[in-house]
Design a protein around this ligand. Sequence first.
Ligand code: GAF
Length: 387
Amino acid sequence: MDRAAQAGFQSRFHRSATGLWSAPGRVNLIGEHTDYNDGFVLPLAIDRRTVVALSTRTDRVVRVASSFAAETVEVSLDELVPEKLDGWSAYPLGVAWALGQFGADLTAVPGFEVYIDSDVPVGAGLSSSAALESAVAVALNDVWDLSLGRATLARVGQLAENRVVGAPTGIMDQSASLLGQADAAVFLDCRSLAAEVIPLGLNPAGLELLIIDTRVSHSHATGGYAARRKSCEAGARALGVPALRDLSLHDLPRAQAMLDDETFRRVRHIVTENQRVLDTVEALRSSGCTAIGPLLDASHRSMRDDFEISAPELDVAVDTARRAGAIGARMTGGGFGGASIALTPTELVPAVTAAVMVAFTERGFATPDVFVVHAADGAARDSGARP
Ligand code: GAF
């Protein structure tokens, strides 16, 4: 893909890119909608990446092009305001703007040309947007000589997503894309932003992480995601805590007595999900990945019944994968579409895949995309001398 990005840059901008940077998509093992509640998450970076080929210019012009759009978008650094950015180019341009909010002097930095290529599927719940934001963030951090740390770059990507794209998302996806490591998950405390790498050891245990992309598209800029966030904030306010992170399982009876049924179930999902993340980390450390299946199953039930962010396709994917031999399965990501994951014994991957295909066909669902992912390293400079 590096070569394709370099060739794409050459054909759009008629010169060679100074460097190549890339960042991965992510899959969340467990800890859903907990990030914006100051809670815990356990995502991993995956072996699907977005590559950016980039060179600075000598003027203030920014030009962005990609393998997924025919147009080349051109703006001046002086025009970078969130209100004026839209479409796919809002992601890279939003990151440039957001860097200005984290200390980059946008009146002094040079313009740039960037070409973007990616094999992270869009709309599959694998965070193609965070991959794009993180790849651009590490590239501009380098060429603009900003020396911002990874945790700050994650906040830059999040701000771009929140303000420019308009999705009220948390910090998980960008953190996974920037901090991920091969064969490991990132255990992130979304309040302190303390991150710890937790080895997964899936392959030595004879397991694979199967993605079942339902092809049901979803958007976090509209509808259900924002509504869930509002419910959580209302629940925290009513219970007198800064965030739902500040509640434990012992607080649930009081919460039930004080809240309406729907808000209570939203709160219960977050409180129990935070505990499941901690339990999963503990299980990985003490017993290894073969022990986490029941926690994945419980997480799915909680999202289906309490948080109500699943979809029929996600439920069928989870139930079918479990019946065909996966040791644990859950929907992953923001919900309302996207993908489920199934922790599957290696020798059963073909059988689980076939069973899911049959189940989807029988119900008249779109044909899902079923594939294995591996935990991969986070964003990096792939090549090129420092400018
Ligand atoms: C989306 C968001 F971008 C994340 O911040 C997170 O809230 C996730 O949904 C749900 O866990 O991916």
